[in-house]
Ligand binder design. Structure first.
Ligand SMILES: *Cc1c(COP(=O)(O)O)cnc(C)c1O
Length: 408
């Protein structure tokens, strides 16, 4: 039997034809396809403006820098996330302030966010783990409350204009997830998506910044500025410079270089066209199969996919096994792989990674994060996962859990 992979991309003729068309069009870097993909993303999510970049990581860092985050500042984020969320804070010279997560849904705990706010806090970065949106009403209420705005020390024009902590959502997992009936991209000041190869919607590598700033900000103006800021600070992009006689340009600041190419956007255009009515229903059906098959096992703690306010984008199926240790979890994973099924763990908590551990972050301060991590196994989800393969996945999980538990 061949190994069932964890999340291979869906590359078919439709994708190949669109990429080929982009290659043959004579325009391969940022151009008409990227601009169209940005418009399609805004139309899909229903937020004012979207800027596409070459990764979510770049998008998160660009927004921290746009807001003026620097040395001496603090940014609050969950201990339970991928390292990119914290790394970008380090790049800006600021301090990642890690807080523990919720025992039910893996997401940052708003009460712990509130307790972690100081006069240095500039940004909160909630992460929609597995695709389930965070509790944004609570997070928004915290940053807008008079007791918290009184702590905010605005530096620079943008911080003064916002007058409070910025909410920068790491939505690397949650394109298509909903909160109170609205797509992600509409709850935070700004929301950043990832189109990395393993994500729900891919452009091989890629990401997008969905702008949603309140008045008096003008999201269109921010979008135009960010186009320049993410392209060397150059006041004309390559396409504009191509226009007859339009060769002169200026550099208005030392900008970054993280634009999306039209080859990436070609993949994204096809992926987005079939996302809502094809990709998401398939991913949901896979998660529902796991739910139905595993629910009768007393050791299975099934992930929250939906409640009265939220629905996941079905990015990850985060199974937890009740009452096991980390070592037992690792043994179960080994046995699952022995049955030629790929699984994963999302995520190794930041305080367990050498770099953050060496900075002094201690996993003992994040007991829920550790508990969630130590019992977690992510099951495969991808479009072409067949019914026969799905049964192999759940059979392997059931055999492996029962074998390890009977050894205990
Ligand atoms: C994948 C991921 C990122 C980074 O996305 P890139 O597009 O690879 O930069 C950030 N945060 C989380 C939670 C992720 O899973």
């Amino acid at each position: 039997m061949s190994l069932i992979p964890f999340s291979p991309p869906r590359i078919d003729d439709e994708i190949i034809n669109e990429v080929t068309a982009a290659l043959k069009s004579g325009w391969i870097t940022t151009g008409p396809r990227t601009k169209q993909f940005e418009k399609d993303l805004s139309a899909y999510n229903g937020n004012p403006n979207t800027l596409c970049l070459n990764s979510a990581t770049a998008g998160l860092e660009i927004m921290l820098r746009w807001f003026g985050v620097k040395e001496g500042d603090e940014v609050i984020l969950p201990a339970y996330t991928y390292s990119a969320t914290a790394n970008v804070v380090m790049h800006c010279g600021a301090k990642p302030v890690l807080v523990d997560v919720d025992p039910v849904d893996f997401n940052i705990d708003p009460a712990k966010v509130k307790a972690a706010i100081t006069t240095r806090t500039k940004v909160i970065m909630p992460v929609d783990i597995a695709g389930l949106p965070c509790r944004y009403d609570e997070l928004n209420a915290i940053v807008k409350s008079p007791e918290i705005t009184a702590l905010f020390k605005a530096e620079g024009e943008r911080q003064q204009q916002l007058g409070r902590i910025m909410i920068l959502s790491d939505a690397a997992h949650s394109l298509g997830g909903t909160y109170k009936g609205k797509k992600t991209g509409n709850q935070a000041d700004v929301t950043v998506y990832s189109f990395h190869a393993v994500k729900n919607l891919t452009t091989a590598e890629g990401g997008a910044i969905a702008l949603n700033f309140p008045a008096p900000f003008n999201n269109e103006d921010i979008y135009k500025y960010l186009c320049i800021f993410t392209l060397h600070g150059q006041n004309k992009d390559a396409l504009a410079k191509m226009q007859k006689g339009n060769w002169k340009y200026d550099i208005i600041e030392a900008g970054y270089k993280c634009n999306m190419t039209d080859l990436m956007a070609a993949i994204g255009l096809v992926e987005l066209r079939r996302y809502e009515n094809d990709t998401l229903p398939r991913r949901k059906a896979i998660c529902n199969y796991y739910h139905q098959t595993l629910t009768s096992y007393p050791w299975a703690e099934l992930p929250l996919l939906k409640d009265d306010q939220r629905e996941t984008s079905y990015h990850l199926y985060q199974l937890r096994i009740k009452g096991i240790t980390e070592e037992q979890r690792d043994a179960i994973i080994q046995k699952i792989f022995d049955e030629d099924v790929s699984v994963n763990v999302h995520f190794i908590p930041l305080p367990r990674l050498s770099f953050y551990k060496n900075l002094g972050y201690d996993i003992n301060n994040y007991p829920v994060t550790y508990d969630n991590f130590s019992r977690e196994i992510s099951l495969p989800i991808f479009y072409d996962l067949s019914q026969e393969q799905l049964k192999r996945v759940t059979d392997a999980v059931i055999h492996s859990v029962e074998a390890v538990m009977s050894n205990a």
